[in-house]
Write a protein that binds this ligand. Sequence first.
Ligand SMILES: Nc1ncnc2c1ncn2[C@@H]1O[C@H](COP(=O)(O)OP(=O)(O)OP(=O)(O)O)[C@@H](O)[C@H]1O
Ligand SMILES: [Mg+2]
Length: 265
Amino acid sequence: MVISVMNKKGGVGKTTTSTTLASILAGKGRKVLLIDYDGQGNATDIMGVEDKEHLSLTINDVLNKIILEEELPKKEEYIIHLEKQGLDIIPANNELYALQNNLVNADYREMILKQLIEEIKEEYEYVIIDCLPTLGTVLKNAMVASDYIVLPVEAEVMAVDGLTEMIKHINSIKKKGNPALTIAGILITKANGRTNLEKAVIEELKENVGMEINIFNTQIPITVKVKEAQSMGETINVYDKFSPASVAYTKFTEELMKYVGDVRG
Ligand SMILES: Nc1ncnc2c1ncn2[C@@H]1O[C@H](COP(=O)(O)OP(=O)(O)OP(=O)(O)O)[C@@H](O)[C@H]1O
Ligand SMILES: [Mg+2]
């Protein structure tokens, strides 16, 4: 099952969500691969991978091999096993910013990430992709490669900004090349318990993106502990599993698992 965490809006909690989701799923005994699919490499940092600018192989190298139709390196060379979190990661660093250009002349340029995932997905129950905040061919690759999309939005009045455009693109990819693609739902992040604001955000979402898209019941509260954890190279569920954000991310993970039909307990 391939799940992309995506929103073209920056800073809405994509990386926090994808890293925490991956870690919680692994904690529940699932085999998980996290793909850092953003040149900022934030997921790579948060998962405690050190010295990311000097990694011998990153997601960019592997995708370029596919573009050039070269043989892929051995999996152990580009997939890092994270002992503490019990999951695997394909890391990223700023070299990934070259991908947009490298894709321009590639054959089947929207299929490159999918080709990589096809090679490795058998070994995993979940592949979680932390997407970049830019709409373009790079992001379309994630839409083509995914079964499900989680859309984090920040609990604020302009939450729907850009969301309609994103959803239009997702629907177009669904029609043109990936009929199985499903928006699992919108996840409200950084909620600060101001019930009126959060109600207004939900109303705004329902009005603008339609009633047909699921909005997860669980909202993720804002807490400084999230940033603290991340600066230590940890996800919040590992750093402080009793913090309200950990509890909420666990509930969200369970909602998502149910949505995608994972009932193994
Ligand atoms: N629940 C939370 N409580 C407190 N801070 C949070 C929470 N979720 C995210 N943040 C902080 O908000 C910032 C943006 O979050 P994050 O990096 O997850 O967003 P993003 O959508 O991946 O951003 P980008 O678009 O740059 O990739 C980070 O500094 C993160 O630590
Ligand atoms: Mg991010």
